[in-house]
Ligand binder design. Structure first.
Ligand code: BES
Ligand code: ZN
Length: 478
């Protein structure tokens, strides 16, 4: 059952107002990974709660306790739970999104202020969170607004779960989801889950996503002198923490992406011909990946190899060194304490727990080989398990039909390289099918400078999410 024409027309009519509301959302600097912005994440939770209340959703903002980040004890932002409808004849759909964002500063290389949505002549809506993940949350809100203003019943019962810590490992959320999935809980009776927090592979073809990688994030701390030293006075005189750390970090991964920590790559089987065909069939080219990376630097010229590197293999990335000298000039310092940050993206059967002993054994043995008198420790920051699901389910069929109706195209079926830690928790705690239904394109630049959402993806994406609810609703009647 396609969505009513009045709904689709309404979305077109309201497009400018919807974009205006997106710019309000983007202007709240809800950066979850920086203690200084925690009040803004709280403000964002309130904003989301208020917006959904205004379109008739029953809302509860749930406190989920504290955590320690960079040495500060901080309150976690309140999770926004929503409920609309309780008709036993309808299916109950749970939608998830996150209202926190990655850090962004003009000085990182943005062309416009990151927290001021900039509407470009080519239709791009540029701003932090436009695509990841404020735009998609507003897609649900836009859909609900139509039904509320026109006194139309939704074709399904709806439950919402919007959180403010996703970009920081979704701390505190698993416990809440497990609690609320029990009989009598907020998610009791949910028939399927839809998450809109991912992207098309390219800029042309919509996708449905059936897998995500997990992640495990580490910090390698090396410290020696009691304070920073002058390299002229102490160079070739003491063990230097930065030198030790660079040696250690260079033992983790090779330049072609192979993980050098023994045992990790070996946990994953080799793709057979049938699996390779799945990747071969996707509308994707090495040029696409190079276009979105902004340089001709793909690891292989073979599309299947490149796609498998992202979708079905683990990866290890080096992210940065805290405490190292950076900035202008040529300071002659020996940093006293440095922390190297890296993470590993995981695929089944890998989990943060079964990877930790391998990482620990490797870095300890490599540090011992250095014979350094400096101090060394491995810290585990956050993590999440990988998730892969079956696509022969009515939830995927509904999303496929909705995509066909809105874009007049069959979606590609993808696994993704990124992580959304709560996905597997929903699947396990509720025992229902989970689907990822994206709004944005592969070149949106999530986490990067000049993050954008195309106007057409915001507007057609709103229609897509709404139409999906109608398609799920139609299945219930069968
Ligand atoms: N929207 C992304 C997840 C994603 C990334 C889906 C790429 C599809 C492709 C999400 O907001 C995100 O970035 N998650 C973090 C989670 C981590 C901090 C636990 C990630 O993947 O780095
Ligand atoms: Zn996201």
């Amino acid at each position: 059952m396609p969505a009513p024409k009045e709904f689709l027309d309404y979305v077109d009519d309201q497009a400018d107002a919807f974009i205006q509301r997106l710019s309000e959302a983007v202007s709240i600097k809800s950066v979850s990974g920086d203690a200084a912005y925690r009040p803004d994440v709280f403000k964002m939770s309130d904003w989301v709660a208020k917006q959904f209340r205004a379109v008739g959703v029953e809302i509860q903002q749930v406190e989920i306790g504290n955590h320690v980040m960079d040495g500060h004890k901080l309150e976690l932002p309140k999770v926004v739970l929503g409920r609309l409808g309780n008709d036993p004849r309808k299916k109950t759909v749970l939608v998830y999104g996150h209202f926190d964002v990655q850090p962004a500063n003009l000085s990182d290389g943005w062309s416009t202020e990151p927290f001021t949505l900039s509407v470009q002549p080519n239709g791009q809506l540029v701003g932090r969170g436009s695509s990841d993940d404020k735009g998609p949350i507003l897609g649900w809100l836009n859909t609900l607004q139509y039904h509320y203003e026109n006194k139309k019943e939704l074709p399904v019962n709806l439950r919402c779960c919007f959180e403010g810590m996703e970009e920081n490992g979704s701390e505190g959320l698993d416990e809440l989801v497990e609690r609320e999935s029990k009989p009598g809980g907020w998610f009791d009776g949910v028939d399927c889950v839809c998450i809109s927090d991912n992207y098309w592979l390219n800029t042309r073809t919509p996708v449905l996503t059936y897998g995500l990688r997990g992640i495990t994030y580490y910090k390698l701390n090396v410290s020696g002198p009691s304070r920073d030293l002058h390299s002229g006075v102490f160079g070739r005189t003491v063990h230097e923490p930065m030198t030790d750390l660079i040696k250690l970090m260079s033992t983790l991964v090779d330049v072609n992406g192979k993980i050098l920590i023994p045992g990790i790559d070996d946990m994953v089987g080799i793709a057979d011909e049938e699996e390779r065909k799945l990747y071969e069939a996707l509308d994707y080219s090495v040029q696409d990946v190079e276009a979105s990376a902004g340089a001709p630097i793909a690891l292989s010229s073979d599309k299947v190899e490149v796609l498998m590197g992202r979708m079905r293999m683990p990866s290890l990335s080096l992210h940065g060194i805290e405490g190292a000298f950076y900035g202008p000039g040529a300071k002659t310092v020996i940093p006293a304490k440095v922390s190297g940050k890296f993470s590993i993206r995981l695929v089944p059967p890998q989990t943060p727990n079964n990877i930790l002993p391998l990482v620990k054994a490797h870095v300890e043995s490599e540090f011992a080989k250095l014979g350094s008198k400096n101090k060394f420790e491995l810290e585990e920051l956050h993590g999440g398990k990988p998730w892969v699901t079956k696509i022969d389910h009515w939830n995927f069929q509904a999303a496929r039909a909705a995509t066909k109706a809105v874009y007049n195209k069959d979606p590609d079926m993808t696994r993704e390289g990124g992580s959304i830690p709560v996905t597997l928790t929903f699947a396990e705690a509720l025992g229902v099918n989970v689907l990822l239904l994206p709004m944005g394109r592969g070149d949106d630049g999530a986490h990067s400078t000049n993050e954008k959402l195309d106007r057409s993806n915001f507007i057609e994406g709103t229609k897509l999410l709404g139409t999906y609810l109608y398609e799920v609703g139609a299945i219930a009647g069968k």
